[in-house]
Design a protein around this ligand. Structure first.
Ligand SMILES: Cc1cc2nc3c(=O)[nH]c(=O)nc-3n(C[C@H](O)[C@H](O)[C@H](O)COP(=O)(O)OP(=O)(O)OC[C@H]3O[C@@H](n4cnc5c(N)ncnc54)[C@H](O)[C@@H]3O)c2cc1C
Ligand code: SF4
Length: 565
């Protein structure tokens, strides 16, 4: 079969449906001062900073009403949908809580030793000197899921409201000014019918709305279309699958690996690598992060991670251990060229991963998200004091900050990696050595849905799960604490009859086994096949949006219940 691109089979989804005018009668609307969508590092840093600033602005605090700051989070609790490495640069924590000692932060340890290895199928070769983008001395290993719980507690103590189990489903706009969000309905059946426990969503009206939705934001991308905020290049993403292991021997360093089991050649374009971080004395986390521009429809990040664990070097780290957690999430990787044109529009700002504020060469986003959240808080308070909903000062703050400077320095680092490790390595090194000056120009970020897919052989290389070292997708989803009703409406939009290459791409890519091709169609070698969707398995990693479908929001509270990812 000739290769075919997922973008040729666009999902049945119209972003315009996400933008609506407020519709609840005025006396039924929920009024808040600032509505923050997303209880991740960006949204929660924003909430904390707002409460700190409002302490010195009693008049404004009074005007913002009974609920000056509300954080709307779709996870069951704050942190439930958060997953990261998470090797954190401490600058934002220091700035947000200057009086807190790092010993009081939710972290495992400061990084004092780190190493990079190049793997072949049997051996691990230390990469020396260490590429500067992998240097992590002075950073802290944390769990972003725990960090989210910590930041939410701090924000609540300071007077913010955390509305967990609530999906912000629509963006409320009138006169081209963002007026807040509408929460999703609860209690609908498979065909959208109202069940006995049905509760309609509400208009949440706010003077300022902060979109801090993280990767592949539902409202964010609709807003980019509506307000024409999209960047010069499309956004691109990498998918990360992560496990946490209890281990018998503590790991004494932060490790990154390149090479095996990924096929870095231009043909396969499996560009990525692994991270292995110590979490105190008795745990380690490890994950594989791979760009979604790969071309083999049978490639699966989850299964490649299982294969990765069979390497002698990795096996030794995990020996005698037990897997205790699993999760998956995408990370924006387009960097500088994919940043939106503007970070604000009247009534609204966008912060963190939602705006693509990730330095993928360093695998860092947590501190950028937090800094952006704090800038947003400052700009919003300054504007609201003048009775204005023009938040352009936030754009200026981001543009002049380390966020933009760092992303600019690494602007051409990620794109050449899809041409193979040699080209990518050479370009990357010269960019690091010249602090981003050479090679200059603009290396375009490609739209991953436009990459042509063909059925290759990656799938033949994955190990059979032995339930000790290697595991299948369904058992892994179970470990994520996923709890989505089986009779909930399907929140994953795809075309359900497509060429086999496209169907296989979705089947293999999805870490949660949401998609299946009927056995008889597979065996019969049909060129076009049906795709069955078990949406209740979905852990909302977002990858389907990058590869030709669209993830929309299930009911608030559905999805994973990550504890320590
Ligand atoms: C595998 C992996 C490894 C990583 N490793 C590192 C690392 O080592 N160091 C580092 O600094 N960074 C790392 N990152 C990146 C880092 O995790 C992110 O940059 C950071 O979490 C972004 O924070 P955020 O607040 O913007 O978004 P998120 O952390 O994604 O938080 C967004 C929140 O918004 C909620 N939400 C989204 N939409 C809605 C809605 N419509 N309604 C209600 N709630 C909503 C989500 O449930 C979520 O809780 C990694 C990322 C991944 C995936
Ligand atoms: S269905 Fe859910 S878990 Fe699977 S790829 Fe899509 S977003 Fe990720």
């Amino acid at each position: 079969m000739p290769p075919v691109a997922p973008s040729e089979f666009p999902p049945p989804f119209d972003p315009a449906d996400v933008i609506v005018a407020p519709s609840d009668p005025e006396d039924e609307r929920i009024e808040v001062g600032v509505a923050i969508v997303g209880g991740g590092p960006a949204g929660l840093a924003c909430a904390n900073k707002l409460m700190q600033l409002l302490e010195d602005e009693p008049e404004l605090a009074e005007q913002l009403g009974e609920v000056p700051v509300a954080v709307i989070e779709k996870g069951k609790v704050p942190g439930a949908h958060l997953l990261s490495g998470a090797n954190m640069r401490p600058s934002a924590m220091r700035e947000l809580f200057p009086d807190l000692d790092p010993a009081e932060w939710p972290v495992y340890q400061e990084v004092t030793k780190d190493a990079v290895y190049f793997l072949t199928s049997k051996a691990a070769f230390p990469v020396k000197p260490m590429p500067p983008n992998f240097r992590n001395h002075g950073n802290y290993v944390t769990s972003v899921s725990k960090l989210g719980r910590f930041l939410a507690e701090k924000a609540e103590e300071a007077g913010a409201y955390i509305l967990a189990e609530t999906a912000a489903d629509k963006l409320l706009v009138s006169d081209r000014i963002v007026r807040g969000v509408r929460s999703g309905d609860r209690g609908r059946g498979k065909d959208g019918e109202e069940l006995a426990n049905f509760e309609p969503g509400n208009d949440v009206i706010a003077k300022a709305t902060v979109l801090a939705e993280g990767t592949i934001g539902h409202l964010t991308y609709a807003a980019y279309d509506y307000f024409d905020m999209g960047g010069e290049d499309p956004q691109s993403w990498e998918l990360g699958v992560k496990e946490i292991w209890e281990v018998s021997e503590p790991l004494d360093r932060v490790i990154h690996t390149l090479g095996w089991p990924l096929r870095w050649s231009g043909k396969h374009a499996e560009a990525g690598g692994s991270f292995i971080y110590p979490m105190g004395e008795d745990k380690v986390c490890l994950g594989l992060v791979v760009g979604l521009e790969y071309t083999d429809a049978t490639f699966s990040v989850h299964d490649a991670l299982q294969q990765f664990k069979t390497h002698p070097f990795i096996k030794k780290i995990l020996a005698g251990g037990k897997r205790v957690a699993w999760g998956a999430k995408t990370i924006p990787s387009g960097g500088y060229w994919s940043l939106p044109k503007r970070f604000s529009t009247p009534g609204m700002v966008v912060a963190g991963d939602a705006a693509g504020m990730v330095n993928i060469a360093e695998l860092k986003g947590v501190h950028y998200a937090m800094h952006a959240g704090m800038y947003a808080a400052e700009a919003i308070v300054d504007a609201l004091k003048q009775d204005s909903v023009n938040f352009e000062a936030y754009d200026a703050k981001v543009r002049g900050s380390e966020i933009e400077k760092d992303l600019y320095r690494s602007r051409n680092m990620r794109q050449p990696l899809s041409k193979g490790l040699l080209v990518g390595g050479l370009v990357g090194n010269s960019l690091v050595m010249t602090k981003g000056a050479f090679p200059g120009g603009h290396w375009e970020v490609e739209d991953e849905a436009e990459v042509e897919m063909s059925i290759g052989k990656a799938g033949d290389r994955y190990p059979e799960p032995d339930n000790e070292l290697t595991f299948n997708k369904l058992d892994s989803v179970f470990l994520s604490g996923n709890a989505t009703r089986d009779d909930a409406p399907n929140h994953v939009r795809i075309q359900t009859r497509v060429p086999r290459e496209i169907a296989q791409t979705w089947v293999s890519m999805c870490p949660a086994q949401v998609y299946e091709i009927p056995e008889e169609q597979l065996e019969g070698g049909a060129a076009e096949v049906d795709v069955h969707v078990t949406a209740s398995n979905c852990v909302q990693c977002g990858a389907i949006t990058a590869k030709g479908g669209r993830l929309t929001l299930p009911e608030g509270g559905d999805g994973p219940l990550y504890q320590e990812t």
